[in-house]
Each structure stands twice: as structure tokens, then as C-alpha cells.
Design a protein around this ligand. Sequence first.
Ligand code: C5P
Length: 218
Amino acid sequence: MIKRRNIITVAIDSPAAAGAGTQAKLISEHYKLFYLDTGKIYRYIGKLKLINNKNFSYNLVRKKISKMKLSYLNDKKLLSNEIALSASKVARDKKIRNIVHKFQQKCAYQPPKKYKGSVLDGRDIITIQVKDAMFKFYITANVKIRAKRRFEEYKNLNKKITYDEVLKSLKLRDKSDKERKYGPLKKTKDSILINTTKLSKKACFKKIKAIMDKKLNN
Ligand code: C5P
């Protein structure tokens, strides 16, 4: 069991492209919290799988994760649709999830001392990774809106992909992430639902900030 410091912990889960990453970043900046985008770890492993193909093994993943630096997660290549789909596939595997668990726990409960706490976003954060978090949010949005937003992001990154392909990919990942056996995406009763379909980034953060300030200032 990892030693827990007395810190602010924020846990966020969401389907792909619902705006959770943007909100997590805003929360981390405003409250001076350490931010970990856990999806990037699965994308990193998804990329390993695509590159290594037949040589991909649990040992390889273990070795790579033990040596992984946070800066590796900033690799722009991890943002591709091909890697997102590969990530969603490797993420179904219980052994892979267990390998990633320790790294995430350390970030959540023992962030670098200069931070006042941590914010993690992903698929199993409110349910497993940081289920005792001080704040738990489930962020979602209509799938067509999510596809539109992700399509715009891809366009800005000069990625050649159509809106229909993005929509299809999101639906596939939603299904896989929600229906898988280990660490499925689901809303918990004790988490707060934020639907970003009709909310701007600013309006969404305002809502989250009001909820957090109310508790923190009490
Ligand atoms: O959040 P992002 O879209 O980058 O995540 C990529 C994939 O990684 C997801 O579709 C999901 O299958 C997997 N993932 C996960 N658990 C997390 C974060 C991401 O299974 N905590």
C-alpha cells in the first residue's frame, strides 16, 4: 500500500474527447496540482505494441514502464488515431493494467513536493486508481460533438483522417472501454457528472471550480 500524503486529490474519468484533459489541465494550473494524463501511458504501450509486433511481451512493457520518464508522454506521435485504437486494445489486458497501476498510484498519492496534490484523468481513475479522491468527476459529451472536436484537433495536427473515421473510432473505443472486464469506464454514484456537450471550456471550468472551492473553503 502506498504511503499517502495529506494532499488534494482529483480523479476524473471520461470517454474519449469529452474535454477531460482540458479540464484536468485547468484544474492542475489553478490549484497547483500535479497532472497525469493516464491515457498517454496506454498510448505509449499501444505504440510499443505497434512497433514491436511479435516481440511485444509483458516483460517488455514492464521494462519500458519502469524506465519511462514523464517527458515520453509528450511525444506528439502518441496523438494518432492508430495509436489510440492500439491503446484501447492493450488496455483490455489485466496484466498490462496492473503494470501501469503502481506508476499511477505514485503520481496520485506522492506527487513531487512542489505540488499541493494531484489530478489524474482516464477510464478507471474514479473506480479503481484514486477511488478515495477528494473530488471525483465523470466528464462526458454527446459522441458526435466529441468526434467533431477530435476531428478539429487532428486537422490542426495535419493528420489525414475524415470526420466519419473519427466518429467510428470513438464509438469503437467507447464500446471497448465500457464493456471490457477489467477497469471498465463507468460513472460511480459518488462522482459528479459534468456534461460538456453545450458547455464552453471556460463555462465547464467555472462549474468545476465552484464545486471544488465550496469544499476547499469549508
Ligand atoms: O484518454 P485517451 O483517449 O488518451 O486513452 C486512450 C485509451 O487508453 C482509451 O481508449 C482506453 O482504452 C485506455 N485507457 C484506460 N485507462 C485509463 C486511461 C486510458 O484503459 N486510465
